[in-house]
Design a protein around this ligand. Sequence first.
Ligand SMILES: Nc1nc2c(ncn2[C@@H]2O[C@H](COP(=O)(O)OP(=O)(O)OP(=O)(O)O)[C@@H](O)[C@H]2O)c(=O)[nH]1
Ligand SMILES: [Mg+2]
Length: 299
Amino acid sequence: MPETAYKSGFAALIGRPNAGKSTLLNALVGEHIAAVSSKPQTTRTSIKGIITRPEGQIVFVDTPGIHKPGYTLNRRMMGLVADALAQVDIVLLMHDVTTSFGSGDRFTLDLVKQAAKPSFLLLNKIDRLKDKSALLPIIDHYRKEYPFVEIIPVSALKRENLDRMVDLLIVHLPEGERLYDSEIFTDEIERNIAAELVREKILELTQQELPFATAVRTEKWEEVDDATEIHCVIYVERNSQKPIIIGRQGQMLKEIGTRARRDIEKMLGRHVRLNLFVRVQDEWRNDPRLLDELGIQEK
Ligand SMILES: Nc1nc2c(ncn2[C@@H]2O[C@H](COP(=O)(O)OP(=O)(O)OP(=O)(O)O)[C@@H](O)[C@H]2O)c(=O)[nH]1
Ligand SMILES: [Mg+2]
């Protein structure tokens, strides 16, 4: 019998919007599978990223940042967080060390306490700390709140301390067989990742309410001779938002398309012809059917 058995299991990335959960997911799998932006509420679904090591396999579950739900969309997003908390083996609570502990962090921490699972505290964005001793009061505060199995300062962006985090995670995972083939790094399908990459560019390039009022869906995906032809529909809520997405002489839509196409080509390793269409869909954030179609399902 081998000295240590193979380990496998699920770890949920939980935290406030903007903490850096999706940045960490992308860094861990080494691929751009989750949208990242400086705007809050970037992630709307739970996306799995898988890493396989000789000693174990970890399935990371990225989740939407925890916030007060207003629309059906946001209620479903919070349902996905509750679901992830209930289903995984280990919880990774991520806190952005450049922000101070507020009521949203209190609410988030209470959810982690209720889940009562083995939990790691990840203190993210340490690259932005001039003085690392600023971590000590944060660690102290969290340690008094919950018996975290590990408290690990990391930088998802600079990939600091991630190997150590993975090593420690494997130690705490249950014994078990591989859950996915070792080459698989996500269970997300390419057409959904493409739509997310388009949405990411919209978040990058637009301001105010537009990032929240926009959704993207891939409607056509076809392999033609030398390229993949992709049609994505961008949903906005009001007629007045359409010209903002399109921009003067179509410049904005063109820029969104160019940036997204580059990323999609990187993912597919193939030429892409990306066509974007803008559609006004009143109140889509409260439209159960469209939310289903967007993969943001009721739980
Ligand atoms: N300096 C620094 N910035 C980071 C780090 N990790 C993430 N960021 C930035 O923080 C912002 C938010 O990152 P995301 O990964 O989208 O955050 P998230 O927690 O997934 O956010 P939601 O999906 O909205 O819940 C982006 O601008 C990232 O570039 C880090 O380690 N250091
Ligand atoms: Mg995210």
